[in-house]
Design a protein around this ligand. Structure first.
Ligand code: C5P
Length: 417
């Protein structure tokens, strides 16, 4: 019933690409669940994006994390009582409710969700929800059985119908040992959804992306290829179109669905990818080379299946064209060029070498020797390098990471134009 409530329509204006939440006033309401331990990071990340954050805690929340910790990370006094004269004198609860551009309740326990749905105002957090005109985002976190209980589902559906935003929950292993739906979203995901909610529309841009592996034929039945799944390139295509981009995806052979509103062109070999990309590059503002293009191809492709006639087989390979370098070398209508560098050592040295040699505007590097990230994985972490700087995009699922990457690319692209 409450599936698909996770907002995915994120569109950002030019000026806000750097700090997506500049001057936004956010009340973070923390209720009493184990996921409260994620809140200091959430506060820090919201502040990193320029938000001013005031924390409100329920009594239950204080059993999991101290107000002092949240006071330190937010840089503001923590509000935890409806009836504290000193706190009311500093900023009364009605004032706080009016101050907020957004109230995020994370973690939102089954009890807090039920109380808000019932319109109770027994503590500061629920009172704020009644007293505010600001949007409210509920980030559920609870045991999977409690989450799937009919009454919880009803409460969440009812809040959603009344216009509250429901973010998550995620699935997976829970603190209690159960496995299922009920995990609080990660801080980075919440920050992204906050940006989605508070930001207006980015002007349109045209983006060309290569993705997946290439296959280099040896004979009619055999080829040389690599382990690229295409997931990162496809995630970038999806993020770019959600951010308002017009997307062309030139894809090697992968088993992935085409992202919505994406013009997909299927190719097999590096040469085909090269030809299609060069034909289209000048019609795009941004080019992201995400494909794992085979560096070499067999110099000759046998017309017939090669027979097992000897104990050894020697294949002579010749170099494929470098698609990215050729696009970056265009002298007219050259798009903003972004490359990827998958490295196993000296990541910065090799990435910066590629940035220079291929004359790129930006390169996204990842260390593929780290388990659980990069090739064929659902998660990835990237470091972006450009001429005069660098930036980390920490480990996240490829969808979220892709969105952060596209936002960073837009920021750099906008600076140039
Ligand atoms: O030189 P290397 O293959 O490590 O460079 C990786 C970057 O260059 C990636 O962005 C990849 O998509 C791109 N590339 C390309 N054409 C090639 C080889 C790599 O576009 N033939």
């Amino acid at each position: 019933m409450v599936e698909n409530m996770l907002s995915c329509c994120a569109i950002f204006p030019e000026s806000l690409v750097t700090m997506t939440l500049t001057n936004k006033k956010i009340v973070l309401g923390i209720s009493g669940g184990i996921a409260a331990y994620k809140c200091p990071e959430l506060v820090r990340r919201l502040k990193d994006q320029g938000a001013d954050v005031r924390v409100v805690m329920t009594n239950g929340a204080k059993e999991f994390i101290t107000p002092l910790t949240l006071q330190a990370v937010s840089g503001n006094n923590v509000f935890d009582s409806l009836l504290d004269p000193a706190a009311e004198a500093a900023m009364g609860h009605i004032e706080l409710a009016k101050w907020a551009d957004l109230i995020i309740i994370a973690p939102a326990t089954a009890n807090t969700i039920a109380a808000i749905n019932a319109g109770l105002a027994g503590d500061l957090l629920t009172t704020l929800c009644l007293a505010t005109a600001a949007p409210i985002a509920i980030v559920p976190a609870m045991n999977q059985q409690m989450y799937s209980a009919a009454i919880t589902q009803q409460n969440i559906a009812s809040l959603s119908q009344r216009g509250l935003h429901i973010w998550g929950p995620g699935s997976g292993e829970q603190a209690c040992g159960d496995v299922g739906k009920g995990r609080m979203l990660e801080a980075a995901e919440i920050v992204t959804l906050t940006g989605d909610l508070l930001m207006p529309i980015h002007p349109s841009f045209k983006i060309l992306i290569t993705a997946g592996p290439t296959r280099e034929a040896i004979d009619p039945v055999r080829y040389i290829s690599n382990h690229s799944s295409g997931k990162m390139g496809y995630a970038i295509a999806q993020a770019a179109q959600l951010l308002g981009g017009e997307v062309t995806l030139i894809s090697g052979p992968v088993s992935l669905a085409t992202p919505n509103n994406t013009h997909r062109i299927d190719v097999t070999s590096a040469q085909e990818m090269h030809q299609q990309t060069l034909a289209l590059a000048q019609q795009h503002d941004i080019f992201i080379a995400c494909a794992a293009v085979a560096d070499y191809r067999p110099s000759e492709v046998s017309g017939q299946k090669i027979k097992k006639s000897s104990d050894e087989m020697v294949i002579t390979m010749i170099k494929n064209p470098d698609i990215l370098a050729d696009v970056a070398a265009l002298t007219q209508q050259r798009p903003f060029c972004v490359g990827f560098a998958a490295e196993t050592q000296d990541v910065e040295k090799y990435a910066r070498g590629k940035l220079r040699n291929k004359k790129l505007d930006l390169i996204a590097a990842n260390n593929v020797s780290v388990a659980g990230q990069g090739f064929n994985s659902d998660d990835n972490a990237l470091t972006l390098y450009w001429d005069k700087g660098q930036q980390e995009l920490p480990l996240a699922n490829k969808q979220l990471l892709a969105k952060q990457l596209v936002l960073e690319i837009l920021k750099h692209y906008n600076k140039q134009h």
